[in-house]
Design a protein around this ligand. Structure first.
Ligand code: OOB
Length: 553
């Protein structure tokens, strides 16, 4: 229900909300209503293509299916404001379901298919989700069994909804997403037009890539998220004649809303959605559907550049703009994008918590290749501060603080995390940057204890907490190590008592037993006599990172 949600949401100050509306940043129109209005203009245009299943939907068909899905969700007992965890891979089903949930005001908690029991259970408890929605088997993980196990521990999870072959007692996602009968179309449309939620209400939950042991939920309201998408659309110069390829996991803010899938829907353009970013698979898809825009993490951009460099394919002729973000793109890689892929590069430095920076397509090459861009909205405020939250001298390095019309003022129902990450309404992401005189930001690193493994954020503290259960581990520290493709990977440094060694496979088995997502598992273990400590008796992560770098060089 909406009422019980409200208590967990930190709103913008009332006078600012008013100002955002007056300035036109907040339109007071829901995301679903706006997509439906676009669909009414271009009902017969293709909205979504899923080359993996062959499904193609026009805007009219997408909206009809979304309304039918909304009706079926309510028939299952969902009420507006209820939450459901969505951990689907990139398929057309995701898009239909998302729009259906928006129409029914059932709030998606956007998780990843790579999340496992530990992450999902924590999310289910934090969100009070009533359903878990996933594909039956993804990369060897059976989400039907996982769903059953989750239900034992998260009492709110009444329903498991499965794409593929659900177990007895589970719901078939295909039944939920099937097209309505022709006679149902109009009545459904009327019914959900009448249920259109106020735009101040939550539209969905994103996950934070934050540092604490508990994943944090970010509520994005219709007003702020629509603006996130529209401001991104303008800076990305994405038009209705363009074709967006969604190839990074669409539960992430970047391919979903910067401008991403939602951007394409809001301008009446085509989205091609597919699961594998492997150039062998995806290049022919780009050629076949005339993809013009896509969003990648640097590691995938690197793999595309390497492949194209070797194969000189003609597949990328239509590709105009390549957005790259999620982790720091090395300048040496940025320089190659245009020459090898023939596309304009746009660097994107964003966060699920709000603020998005982009280089502009008309910026000088040196800006595009060596900076992470500047805020997409004139109403974004950015400060660069020292450890006492004092502004540093212009151009000096410091931590970024931000606030603005699409940067929420707190995590969902997390007062402790909020006290750490929000300062007088300013969100501190922990990224260390400097601001150039032209306003563009350069990301130097971060003052937060995470590993950024090819765009997936891993909390060191979270992984460490599991390692301490291993017998003989007296101290454990998880730090980033360099990886040639992923840029960073997880390295575990341990002090042992009563044993000499600890293997990667033992740690993997241990973390599997706890249901920790595989992408968080250490790829390397270093046993030491003493883990370096700071003066205040905390693990000295900085010198440990240097130590690991030396050991592995
Ligand atoms: C995006 O969102 P999240 O929430 O997964 O991660 C945010 C964090 C940032 O605080 C920063 O540490 C890192 O990811 N990051 C970058 C970066 N883009 C994100 N670090 C260096 N250079 C970049 N270009 O990752 C995200 C959300 C929206 C758009 C793009 C990325």
């Amino acid at each position: 229900m909406m009422e019980d949600l409200e208590a967990g949401i930190t709103r913008w100050p009332a006078e600012l909300e008013k100002a955002y509306v007056e300035a036109g940043y907040w339109e007071n129109r829901s995301l679903g209503e706006q997509i439906f209005a676009v669909a009414d203009q271009f009902p017969d245009r293709i909205a979504v293509i899923d080359p993996d299943t062959g499904l193609e939907l026009t805007f009219a068909q997408l909206c009809q299916r979304a309304d039918a899905a909304a009706a079926r969700l309510l028939a299952l007992g969902f009420q507006p404001g209820d939450r459901a965890i969505v951990a689907l891979p990139n398929t057309a089903s995701f898009v239909i379901l998302l729009l259906g949930m928006l129409r029914a005001s059932v709030l998606p908690v956007l998780a990843l298919p790579s999340h496992r029991h530990f992450e999902l259970k924590t999310l289910a408890i934090a969100s009070g989700a009533r359903a878990y929605i996933a594909s039956d088997v993804v990369r060897g993980c059976d989400h039907r069994d996982l769903g059953k196990r989750l239900q034992e521990e998260a009492p709110s999870l009444e329903m498991i909804i499965i794409e593929g072959e659900p177990l007895a007692g589970q719901i078939d996602l295909m039944d939920l997403l099937a097209p309505p009968k022709p006679a149902e179309i109009e009545p459904l449309r009327k019914r959900f037009d009448a249920l259109d939620p106020p735009a101040s209400q939550p539209a969905l939950f994103l996950l934070s890539g934050g540092t604490t042991g508990v994943p944090k939920l970010i509520v994005r309201t219709h007003n702020d998220y629509v603006y996130n998408v529209k401001a991104s659309l303008a800076v990305n110069e994405f038009l209705e004649t363009d074709v967006f390829l969604a190839v990074m996991p669409v539960s992430h803010n970047f391919p979903l809303a910067c401008p991403g899938v939602l951007g394409a829907l809001l301008v009446g353009a085509k989205t091609v959605i597919t699961a594998s970013p492997n150039p062998v698979k995806v290049f022919p898809i780009i050629a076949k559907y005339g993809v013009t825009h896509t969003a990648l993490v640097p590691a995938v951009a690197q793999s595309w550049i390497d492949y194209q460099h070797l194969n000189h394919t003609k597949d990328l002729i239509t590709l105009e703009t390549l957005q790259v973000g999620g982790s720091r793109m090395p300048d040496s890689l940025a320089i190659k994008v245009n020459g090898v892929l023939g596309a304009h590069l746009q660097q994107v430095f964003g966060m699920a918590e709000g603020l998005v920076n982009m280089t502009r397509l008309t910026d000088p090459e040196v800006v595009i290749n060596t900076t992470q861009g500047r805020p997409i909205s004139p109403a974004d405020e950015v400060r660069v501060v020292d450890e006492n939250y004092k502004d540093v001298a212009p151009g000096a390095e410091g931590e970024i603080l931000t606030r603005g019309p699409y940067t929420p003022r707190g995590y969902f129902a997390a007062p402790e995390a909020n006290a750490k990450s929000f300062h007088d309404g300013w969100y501190g992401s922990g990224d260390v940057v400097h601001r150039r005189p032209d306003g563009n930001l350069v990301v130097h690193g971060r003052n937060k204890d995470i590993i950024n493994r090819s765009g997936e954020k891993i909390s060191a503290e979270e992984v460490e907490s599991f390692i301490y259960y291993i017998e003989g581990v007296s101290r454990a520290a998880v730090v980033a190590m360099h990886h040639p493709i992923l840029h960073e990977d997880v390295c575990l440094v341990v002090e042992l008592t009563g044993r000499q060694e600890l293997t990667v496979s033992e740690v993997t088995d241990h973390l599997d037993a706890f249901g920790v997502a595989r992408f968080k598992h250490p790829a390397k273990i270093i046993v030491v006599d003493h883990i370096p400590m700071t003066k205040i008796d905390k693990i000295d992560k900085k010198s440990l990172r240097d130590f690991v770098a030396k050991q592995l060089s």
